[in-house]
Design a binder for this molecule. Structure first.
Ligand SMILES: Cc1cc2nc3c(=O)[nH]c(=O)nc-3n(C[C@H](O)[C@H](O)[C@H](O)COP(=O)(O)O)c2cc1C
Length: 411
């Protein structure tokens, strides 16, 4: 892969991770993920963000530095916007290869450079508003955006070109090919990155939504011509699209979101499963789009993405050993960890003799601010009566979702 020029003297250097590993050790990335670094070349040279020694990413970086005829000994500065190892794992080797390069990061970032990489020499702390002149008119401006994604995180802005190196903010999953800019992609590629930016947001960023809103507010004074994140595509034709998208995703944190419902169901012997169709029939009567996930077959990464953007949630699971079907307990725990709060929820499910799923559901979700419709619980196999009740309750939920959603149903 070749480095891609963003503006005079500014390049994107990228590596795709496609070896089947999980992101953060837990999120599937079947279509890969890109690790983006950037070169800003004035009289002095800055490299912004690094990679991890992962799926040969360092070799990709070196090849692309070669493609712009930049020898490593000519790199004067390494800017670390964020210390998560996907952007810094190669740091020790980099320091050996480029002992001359000074590392610039926030004070909290400098602590992490010390604790993770045992490097203290030639590390400079920068804070919001600090600048670095590179010569030939190139000037980097640093702005801290704490908790998007770690407490030490900052962004770097190149003032002459208006390129914002936004690190994890405005990123997405998905490998990036030769076409790295928004205006080079087909509509179906855009749909893909939109799906993957939502999933990335729900998996990685959602818990920090309030900080995303603060960061967008803080950066609103900058004239941004290009958004260059550390994962995913670059936005130069219409950077507003990805900013608006992130602002919209952040707004879902309240609970009311799109006029959509996420139906999560699991069943051992088919009794609960028989009413999935009843639930779908009721929701269809109200015309709300539904995202259906069978568990444990579906990875929670995908469930989080649709639950985060849905106003309503339907849960279908039976009782198991006096509690709920365990895969549902795991999913509900993850929804809580990622703060999928304030939703409208309906639950149905079968039991054999005692029940117990309902009690545990109440315990797990006690702090989720979920508003529950009356559940439909039934002994053994469902009858027509229960089919009808589930259909009616889901129709009610559909109507409630349409009324309380933050964003109206698209016609
Ligand atoms: C391993 C196992 C444990 C169960 N534990 C309970 C229980 O503690 N209380 C209860 O009322 N039913 C219990 N049941 C019965 C199921 O809840 C019942 O068979 C239900 O219809 C299963 O729904 P499904 O067909 O959707 O899987 C258990 C069933 C299995 C297989």
């Amino acid at each position: 892969m070749q480095a891609r020029q963003i503006a005079e003297g500014i390049y994107r250097i990228g590596a795709n991770i496609t070896n089947g590993d999980l992101f953060e050790g837990m999120w599937p990335i079947p279509e890969g993920v890109s690790l983006n670094s950037y070169v800003v070349w004035g009289e002095k040279v800055a490299l912004i963000d690094l990679v991890r020694d992962w799926d040969e990413a360092p070799s990709r970086v070196r090849e692309q530095l070669d493609s712009i005829h930049l020898p490593m000994h000519q790199i004067d500065y390494l800017i670390l916007n964020h210390l998560e190892p996907d952007h810094t794992g190669w740091l020790r080797t980099f320091r050996d290869l480029c002992p001359q390069a000074e590392i610039l990061t926030t004070p909290k970032g400098a602590n992490l450079v010390k604790s993770f990489y045992k490097i203290t020499d030639k590390v400079r702390s920068v804070k919001s508003g600090d600048t670095l002149e590179l010569g030939k008119g190139k000037k980097l401006v640093f702005e801290e955006i704490p908790n998007v994604h770690w407490p030490e995180t900052m962004v770097t802005y190149e003032a002459s070109s208006g390129v914002l190196f936004s690190c994890d903010a405005f990123g997405s999953y998905g490998s990036v090919g030769a076409e790295v800019f928004d205006d080079e992609l087909t509509p179906s590629q855009h749909e893909f990155y939109e799906r993957e930016s939502l999933r990335y947001y729900a998996n990685i960023v959602a818990s920090f939504s309030v900080f995303v809103e603060r960061a967008v507010q803080k950066l609103s004074g900058l004239k941004v011509n290009v958004i260059a994140p550390s994962h995913g595509i670059l936005w130069r034709k219409n950077p507003r699209i990805i900013v608006d998208r992130y602002v919209r995703y952040a707004s879902y944190a309240e609970g009311p979101a799109e006029s959509e419902v996420t139906l999560i169901w699991g069943s051992m012997y088919g009794n609960t499963e028989k009413l999935v169709q009843a639930a779908l029939a009721g929701l269809k009567e109200e015309g709300v789009p539904v995202h259906i996930h069978q568990i444990p077959q579906t990875h929670v990464s995908y469930i989080l993405a649709s639950a985060w953007k849905s106003t309503g949630i339907v849960l279908g699971m039976p009782t198991y050993e006096y509690r709920m079907f365990p895969p549902m307990a795991h999913v509900l725990d993850d929804l809580g960890r990622k703060k999928v709060f304030g939703k409208k929820v309906f639950r149905f499910g079968s039991y054999g003799w005692s029940g117990g799923a309902a009690k545990e559901l109440g315990e797990i979700t006690a702090k989720y601010r979920w508003e529950f419709l009356d559940p439909v619980e039934f002994e053994g196999a469902p009858s027509d009566k229960e089919y009808e009740e589930v259909r009616k309750r889901c129709k009610e939920l559909g109507a409630l979702v349409k009324k309380s959603a933050r964003y109206p149903l698209k016609s």
